[in-house]
Design a protein around this ligand. Sequence first.
Ligand code: AMP
Ligand code: ZN
Length: 475
Amino acid sequence: MPRPTFQLYDTMSRAVVPLTPLAPPKVSLYVCGPTIYNYGHIGNFRTYVAVDLLRRALKHFGFKVDHVMQFTDVDDKTIRGSRESQLPLKEFTAIYRKAFLEDAVTLKIEIPERTPNATDHIPEMIALIKRLIDKGSAYVSDDGSVYFRIAAFPKYGCLCHLDLQNLISGARVNQDEYEKEGVGDFVLWKKWVAADGDVGWESPWGKGRPGWHIECSALSMEHLGPQIDIHGGGTDLRFPHHENEIAQSEAATGKTFVGHWFHVEHLLVDGQKMSKSLGNMYTVRQVLERGYTGRELRYALLSGANYGKNLNFTWQGMEDAKTALARIDEWRKRVRDTVATVPLTTPGVRAIEPYAPAVAFLEHLDRALAEDLNVNDARGHLFTLIRETNKALDEGQLTAAQAYELDAAWTTLDAVFGLGDATVSIPPEVQALLDKRAAARKAKDFSQSDSLRKEIEALGWKLKDTAKGQELTSA
Ligand code: AMP
Ligand code: ZN
């Protein structure tokens, strides 16, 4: 059966459309990275887990992904943070760059091919701003900063379908983030002010620093060329950030900047917008402190709602993720144990006929992913497969060859879901009790073996005696 065409919702055309990269199988993917002034919260990571899902799904369909994500290491927030902590900007942002990458690993996010810091590319930003001035798309204002002239870009507002009729012409915005009501000429180069301290670079327009929007235009051009296949980020970036990126890039090159816009809807917590004042803004580290694993958080961030819809985070959702993963892990173990009953080198152990439930599952997986990354549907099919094959296992009907096919199907799914296998790390004191109990059992001292079991269970573990020995799982 031919594989389905990979389709994705595109914010610009407001439709689910086939992905048509410029030079297939290569897909260039640019994703706006975090502002590194603090630890990332689980909302930020909802977006990066969804991008990771996209990246893995593209690979699943045979695309070669070239993925760039910048770190925003200069803006009002990073400068304020470095001043407050009395650290040079570079040292201050290095702390949060490292933390972000660690959290990404915790969540099994694949690190993009390139992750430049914005401040490593100031000359490229200056060159791009010069180009825009030469074309009449930007100007130096009387306050010494450089602005993009939106009146010179008639397509301005195309991504968000803005009605520019009501625009007050000549309005200027100096901040990086602003509301639609504040639409106007936006800053490309900010003239140095005393609050910037020792942060600033020389430029043809004097000492200053780049605006946030120019970063992504300059960095994507530098690393991926003037046109990129997919550009992504959280939904709040559509305006003004992505509108401004389109304006800067297209005014400079005259080419369509992005083939496909990928936006991830926001994570809510208990149905509310996350905010410091509500006390519902959790970092990945705070979730781990409550005893959950990165794998469980990743599962929760990939459950409940597909990327194009708001996702509601709750602690009950984390418990559900834990239960679902335990179910998957138990099934995985039964399947692996069945594979292990016959050495794979035994002639004829591979099924002559592929195992139908595994084949059907892989077809469902393809169709679900190809239809705008429908992970909910894919997960539904996984649990159907688990239910059916657990029944076959209960009845002793699953052969080693069939189990092998199931194991392979899981590997295909997990290359996209990125959940991995449960790893139990046994603390030394528990291992010592296990060793003692193994010796007691060998000596047929069952009363000591029972009291050791109770000790182990009191430490939060479940113990099962199997043909292969004692088996430990966390309770
Ligand atoms: P920032 O560090 O603020 O630039 O944000 C990094 C990324 O996280 C951006 O793509 C934002 O759109 C995204 N983001 C921020 N808040 C949320 C949220 N509550 N849910 C999902 N994504 C978010
Ligand atoms: Zn960006």
